[in-house]
Design a protein around this ligand. Structure first.
Ligand code: BEZ
Ligand code: FE
Length: 289
């Protein structure tokens, strides 16, 4: 393995994996080398461009810490997260489609009963959310676990505010025997993904914006069904066709209906404006059940 040149080096690197004990790892890294070298050849990568790329990845590493995952953000903005999600969750057409998880999920969110206000002080116009969780045959699922999280009127998640430790606009509920869930929260607003680091610099250099259309995050689990991680997007949002992380599916867009006041779905008389959102979910049956 001497005198390698620009034509022979790729095969030499791939051959060096010959004794790898993990066949899957060997296949993945060999394929990565194949495409990485092909990419460098195709664009004619110069030494200074290689150097800039290394510095960029170093900055991404330095920007990553316990509360911020800049590498995931890089994957999200390059469409890799959504590609992996789409491949991992090929669902029948009539089942609710999955989308990206995002970095703002928090373990141990507070438990709520149907009808509760999960805003817990988060700022925003009231929004009453309800729907039914069903299986693929249309049967309502009793006791499905629904975890929801969302940004507030400023486009920030609770974890992005200087924290008093309180979890806001997120929580866990369960469907009733009729498959129904309902809760009060606030209207979700569009927001920019964190863009004060190297990924933000990359977006600006590429003439891209960092905005995501308004959405609620849902994670729904029920025994015998695939876990569903998805969003419900707000119809009419200006960023639906240019989501910074490529996560929008048209089947996940729903109208937030605005009311000027009056009786809300939970019977409360509202003196000011509020919105209602109804969205039903259909879970796919898990393969191993
Ligand atoms: C989110 O929707 O919470 C999100 C997804 C990807 C990157 C940043 C935020
Ligand atoms: Fe989000």
């Amino acid at each position: 393995m001497q005198n390698l040149d620009e034509n022979s080096i790729t095969e030499a690197v791939i051959a060096s994996h010959e004794c790898a004990p993990d066949g899957r790892l060997k296949a993945i890294v060999s394929c990565l080398v194949h495409h990485l070298h092909a990419f460098a050849r195709e664009v004619g990568l110069t030494e200074s461009e290689w150097d800039a790329g290394i510095r960029f990845l170093t900055d991404v590493g330095h920007a990553t810490h316990e509360r911020r995952q800049e590498f995931v953000l890089l994957s999200d903005t390059l469409g890799l997260s959504m590609l992996v999600t789409a491949m991992a969750h090929r669902k029948p057409d009539d089942c609710t489609q999955a989308t990206v998880f995002g970095p703002f999920f928090v373990e141990n969110a507070p438990a709520y009963q149907n009808g509760d206000d999960i805003a817990n002080g988060a700022i925003g116009e009231p929004c009453f959310v309800s729907g039914v969780v069903r299986g693929p045959d249309g049967q309502p699922l009793d006791g499905a676990r629904i975890e929801v999280w969302q940004a507030d009127a400023q486009g920030l998640y609770d974890v992005q505010h200087a924290s008093d430790g309180e979890q806001r606009a997120r929580g866990v509920l369960h469907t009733g025997p009729d498959g129904r869930y309902f809760f009060r929260s606030i209207v979700a607003e569009p927001y920019p993904i964190p863009h004060d680091g190297p990924v933000g610099r990359m977006l600006r250099a590429l003439g891209r914006h960092p905005w995501r259309p308004a959405h609620l995050h849902f994670m729904i689990t029920a025994p015998g069904y695939d876990r569903l991680v998805t969003h419900v997007f707000r119809e009419g949002d200006r960023y639906l066709d240019c989501d910074a992380v490529f996560g929008v599916r048209s089947s996940l867009i729903a109208p937030w209906i605005r009311h000027e006041g009056g009786r809300s779905p939970d019977g409360t008389m509202m003196s000011g404006p509020f919105s209602t959102l109804t969205f039903d979910f259909i879970l796919s049956r898990s393969q191993c059940s």
